[in-house]
Design a protein around this ligand. Sequence first.
Ligand code: HEM
Ligand SMILES: *[C@@H]1O[C@H](CO)[C@@H](O)[C@H](O)[C@H]1NC(C)=O
Ligand SMILES: *[C@@H]1O[C@H](CO)[C@@H](O)[C@H](O)[C@H]1NC(C)=O
Ligand SMILES: *[C@@H]1O[C@H](CO)[C@@H](O)[C@H](O)[C@H]1NC(C)=O
Ligand SMILES: *[C@@H]1O[C@H](CO)[C@@H](O)[C@H](O)[C@H]1NC(C)=O
Ligand SMILES: *[C@@H]1O[C@H](CO)[C@@H](O)[C@H](O)[C@H]1NC(C)=O
Ligand SMILES: *[C@@H]1O[C@H](CO)[C@@H](O)[C@H](O)[C@H]1NC(C)=O
Ligand SMILES: *[C@@H]1O[C@H](CO)[C@@H](O)[C@H](O)[C@H]1NC(C)=O
Length: 396
Amino acid sequence: MLPALYVVVLVCLCGLAAGASHIPAYASLAGRSDEEIALFMRNHPTPGAQPPPPPIKDTSSKLVNDRLHPWLPLLPGQIRGVCPGLNTLASHGWLPRSGVATPGQIVTAVQEGFNMGSDLAQIVTYAAMLVDGNHLTNLLSIGAKSRLTGPDPPQPALVGGLNTHGVFEGDASLTRGDAFFGDNHSFNESLFDEIVATSQQFGGGKYNLTVAAEVRFNRLVASEQSNPEFFFGFPRFGTAYAEAAFPLTFFIGGPAEDNVPTNLNASLDLDVMKGFFRDSRMPKNFHRREGPLGLDIIGGALGFLSDAHPFPPGFNTGAGNYTIDQRAVDILTGNAEIDLLCALYLTFVNTTIELYPRPTGLLRKSIAVNLHNLYLPLVAVNDSAGCPEQFPFGKF
Ligand code: HEM
Ligand SMILES: *[C@@H]1O[C@H](CO)[C@@H](O)[C@H](O)[C@H]1NC(C)=O
Ligand SMILES: *[C@@H]1O[C@H](CO)[C@@H](O)[C@H](O)[C@H]1NC(C)=O
Ligand SMILES: *[C@@H]1O[C@H](CO)[C@@H](O)[C@H](O)[C@H]1NC(C)=O
Ligand SMILES: *[C@@H]1O[C@H](CO)[C@@H](O)[C@H](O)[C@H]1NC(C)=O
Ligand SMILES: *[C@@H]1O[C@H](CO)[C@@H](O)[C@H](O)[C@H]1NC(C)=O
Ligand SMILES: *[C@@H]1O[C@H](CO)[C@@H](O)[C@H](O)[C@H]1NC(C)=O
Ligand SMILES: *[C@@H]1O[C@H](CO)[C@@H](O)[C@H](O)[C@H]1NC(C)=O
C-alpha cells in the first residue's frame, strides 16, 4: 500500500505546485497559450521526450501475477481508463499504480506483463503519447480525469489522457460506450453481457475469434444506427479490430499454442475476461504468453475478423446515414500508394500538427522526438521505403 499512497501524495503536491495554471503534470498541452506553457515549465520538471527503451531480452512465458505484482484495489486519485490491458498492468504494479506513466514505462510494461512485441508496443504507445500525453513532463495518463485534475480547462485545451475522444479513443468499443452518449471510458456491464450472450451463441460459452468477429460487427452496426456522429475512419479503423483480438492474443497467456494467432481456435474463459475488463485483474497463476506478439504476426487475426464481416471505413452524418471513406477503402484494398501502417502513421502526424500548430523550444523538440519514436518501428518492418518519414517539427 505504501508506494501507491506515496504516489497519490506526490500527485497532490504537483497539483498544488501547478498553482494558477491548474494543469496536471500529465495533461496534454494542446491548445495552451505560450504563457500557460511557460508557467507550466516553471512549475514542473520537464525532461522532455526520451528515446524508446530497448526490447526486453527474455520473452519466455512466466508468472506475472506474482508476489511482487499483486492486484490491489484502487485508492482515491488513482486513474484507470479505456484500456483493460494498461488498467491491469497498473493495478498489478507493472505500471505505476497512479495510472500516470512515461511512454518508456508503458512500452516496457506491456512487454513484461503480456509479451506484446516491442514494435507494436512502440507504435501504439507513441501514437497515444503524441495526441494524449504531456511532451514536456514526458507523462501520459492511462485515463484522464481524477479528483485531482480540478475543473476542465476551456476549449480547445484537452484534459488529455487516453480517454480523450477522437484522437485515439474511438467509437464502437467492445465494453465502453461511444463518446456521443456521454461516457466513453467506463466499463459498461450491459455491453459485457452482450459479449456473454454472443459467446453462448457462437463460442460454446467462451470468447473465441468467431465470437470476436460477431461482437466487433454488432458494435459497429449499433453505433452506425444510433450514433449520429459515429466515426470509423483512420485511426479508429486500425485499432478497433486489434482490440477485439487482443483478449485472445494476450489475456489467455501461457504456451503460444494456447493463444491467437498461433492457434486461431484459441478461446478465453468469460470470468477471466471480465476480471481483466471490469476489475483490471489478472487471474490467479496468470502466466504471460510465450514469445512476443508483434506487427509481423498480428495481421492474421485482424484479417480473420474483418473478412468474417466486412465493414467499410467511413462516418455518419446523422444516425444511420453512413458515408464510406473511399480513400481509406483504397488503402485497405491495396489500391493506394500507401499501406495501412503508413496511413496510421500519417494520420497521427496530421493530428499532431492540428493539436500543436506552432510549438516552440523544448515542446517543439519533444514532439519531433516522439514523432520519430512513432516512426522507428516502421523502419524495422521495412515499411519505410513507401512511407517516408515526416519532419513537420524539424529534425533533432
Ligand atoms: C501499448 C500501449 C497501449 C495503449 C497506448 C493502449 C491504448 C488503448 C486505447 C486508447 C483504447 C481505447 C480504444 C477505444 O476502444 O476507443 C484501448 C482499448 C483496448 N486495449 Fe489497449 N492499449 C495498449 C496496450 C494494450 C495491451 C497490451 C492490451 C492487452 C493486453 C490491450 C487491450 C485492449 C483492449 C482489449 C481494448 C478494448 C476495450 C474495449 O473495447 O472495451 N491494450 N487501448
Ligand atoms: C469522453 O470522456 C471524457 C473523460 O471523462 C470526457 O471528458 C468527455 O467529455 C467524454 N466525451 C467526449 C466527447 O470526449
Ligand atoms: C451501457 O450500454 C448500453 C448499451 O449501449 C446503454 O444503453 C447504457 O445506457 C449504457 N450504460 C451506461 C451506464 O452508460
Ligand atoms: C481449428 O479448428 C479447425 C476445425 O476444427 C481445424 O481444421 C483447424 O486445423 C484448427 N486450427 C488450428 C490452428 O488449430
Ligand atoms: C468458436 O467456438 C465455436 C463453438 O465451439 C466453434 O464452432 C467455432 O469454430 C470456434 N471458432 C474458432 C475460430 O475456433
Ligand atoms: C447524409 O450524409 C450526406 C453526406 O455527409 C449529407 O450530405 C446528407 O445531408 C445527409 N443526409 C441526412 C438526411 O442527414
Ligand atoms: C494529412 O494532411 C495532408 C495535408 O492536409 C493531406 O494531404 C493528407 O491527405 C493527410 N493525410 C492523412 C493520412 O490524413
Ligand atoms: C527493404 O527495403 C529496402 C529499400 O527499399 C529494399 O532494398 C529491401 O529489399 C527491403 N527488404 C525486404 C526484406 O523487403
